[in-house]
Design a binder for this molecule. Sequence first.
Ligand SMILES: Cc1cc2nc3c(=O)[nH]c(=O)nc-3n(C[C@H](O)[C@H](O)[C@H](O)COP(=O)(O)O)c2cc1C
Length: 175
Amino acid sequence: MERTALTHTMARVPGPVTVVTTADGTGRRWGFTANSFTSVSLDPPLVLVCLAKTASTHQAFTSAGRFLVNVLAHDQEAVARRFARSGADRFAAGNMAPCELGLPGSPGACARIACTAHSVVDAGDHSVLLGRVVDTYADDRAPLVYHNRAFARPAAGTPATGAGEPLKVLHLADW
Ligand SMILES: Cc1cc2nc3c(=O)[nH]c(=O)nc-3n(C[C@H](O)[C@H](O)[C@H](O)COP(=O)(O)O)c2cc1C
């Protein structure tokens, strides 16, 4: 399989935009932007996120006992960009606050999923972080979406998506 064809094709698959956070034994906070988040199992309740082995946060997350997945809302593109930036203090903006499990979280997120570490699966150039869900938060605000290597959000004027509502047209946000 040719790499460019794979990345081009996978870019067509829309996904959520999350910021995954944790804190280590010294209290240092860690976080990264991820669109590889998905649910895995209901019984037991498991979710996963994939983290590149080259990431500066890899050691912190593969040894963390717990982590918090913040599902970003449609107006949180700046948060997504900040937590993807290399070499920056991603928490410097000060808009993260202790949330579920006391972990740093975004009060503006439209959902949060708090996990204890279940296992770490070796998967090529990534590690799969499997988490057991221990607490959740959700509201009905529209999410931020990643599609075609750009951030997208539900079209203005449409209500937030909810159970049973029809699919909304997405308008690409300015990159
Ligand atoms: C929309 C978006 C989604 C991303 N998803 C992932 C992901 O699922 N897994 C991952 O390891 N990195 C992902 N990244 C990249 C990381 O956020 C981060 O940029 C990368 O770990 C490099 O950070 P570092 O220089 O501190 O190592 C994503 C970046 C963006 C902008």
